[in-house]
Design a protein around this ligand. Structure first.
Ligand SMILES: Nc1ncnc2c1ncn2[C@@H]1O[C@H](COP(=O)(O)OP(=O)(O)OP(=O)(O)O)[C@@H](O)[C@H]1O
Length: 323
């Protein structure tokens, strides 16, 4: 596989704020790479560093060239914040962006791709938020790029439109387009990405294919039982602990749900609902983001979570026994 994108030790600070703290990353030709991470983790700054739209330390190469020297016909970029002229229609906007390239796709085909054929003559300012975002996605597609960066492409787009956009991105990937996208939607990351990278506190803390990440960090499957019963007083075949109004029974394989149901009946424990769930990318996200945040806290302060808890207690005032 040839790498389309190679980044080494990319760093970017804004004053005292470290947005990127040494990110290294390689994306192969034809790969779809999704960047996820909490607000402020550095995703947009990384996309900007990778596309040469902000200065950063370290090295970035796209197709073997500095991002600022690369043939711009080959790259498409949808920035997170994109504010095109409001008094142009969707068609006029795409026409305008298509005119910036020597070779561009047919605007009608791009409008069709992003589901805007019926709204093509509506002024940008009167399109709905989701239609505006689709227009912006279209503007990143007009040059038929080999490498496409999409910073939160589906934000504000309704579920049907989002699925249509996923289909479009999948068909682009099938045709060999390399795609780097950021998203807060874990279903989107899981469905589209060959690899998902989790960014936290400006560091890439994990990058792998979604199923491997789930197997490694997602934890066990669990059965959530809405009951007031005390787990200590129940004889259940799997470990259980209380979480709010529910009992969480862990490590239950789907074929053993009946055993738990039988045990609850035997113990005379009544319940309102049972929900079984497998770990998914959201569990991975929550696990890695919280570990990284604790690590970042230790790195910044040299203190541990125990100190933070104590600090929080201090901030809340003295504990009951200290009054
Ligand atoms: N132009 C800027 N000036 C000052 N600080 C900035 C600037 N851009 C980003 N930052 C800071 O850099 C850090 C990373 O921001 P960034 O926008 O890259 O995060 P993000 O992961 O894209 O967040 P979100 O999910 O909210 O879009 C944040 O602390 C942010 O406040």
């Amino acid at each position: 596989m040839t790498a389309t994108l190679v980044a080494e030790d990319v760093r970017r600070s804004y004053g005292e704020t470290v947005a990127l703290d040494g990110v290294s990353l390689s994306v192969d030709a034809g790969e779809v790479f999704a960047l996820v991470g909490p607000n402020g983790a550095g995703k947009t700054t990384l996309v900007r560093a990778l596309t040469g739209t902000t200065d950063a330390e370290g090295t970035v190469e796209l197709f073997g060239d500095d991002p600022r020297d690369v043939d711009r016909e080959r790259v498409g970029l949808l920035p997170q914040a994109f504010d095109p002229p409001a008094r142009l229609t969707a068609r006029e906007l795409l026409d305008y962006y298509a005119g910036l390239y020597d070779e561009a796709r047919e605007v009608e085909a791009v409008l069709d791709d992003v589901g805007l054929a019926d709204a093509a003559d509506t002024y940008y300012e009167t399109l709905s938020g989701g239609q505006q975002r689709r227009t912006c996605v279209g503007s990143a597609l007009v040059n038929d790029p080999d490498l496409l960066f999409l910073d939160e492409p589906t934000t504000g787009i309704d579920p049907a439109g989002r699925r249509a956009l996923w289909d479009l991105l999948e068909s682009l990937a099938d045709r060999g387009t390399t795609i780097v996208l950021t998203t807060h939607d874990m279903d989107e990351a899981h469905r589209l990405a060959d690899r998902v990278g989790l960014l936290a506190d400006g560091r890439l803390v994990a990058a792998d294919d979604p199923d491997t990440l789930v197997a490694e960090y997602g934890g066990e499957s669990r059965l959530v039982v809405e009951t007031g019963a005390d787990p200590a007083g129940l004889d259940l075949p799997y470990p259980a602990e209380r979480a709010g109004d529910s009992l969480v029974v862990s490590e239950v394989p789907p074929e053993a749900i009946g055993e738990v149901v039988d045990a609850l009946a035997t113990e005379g424990a009544s319940y309102d609902a049972l929900t079984w769930s497998e770990p998914d990318l959201e569990d991975v996200y929550l696990e890695l983001a919280s570990t990284a945040s604790e690590y970042g806290y230790r790195r910044a302060t040299g203190r541990t979570d125990r100190h933070r808890d104590a600090a929080a207690t201090d901030a809340d005032g003295p504990a009951e026994g200290e009054r």
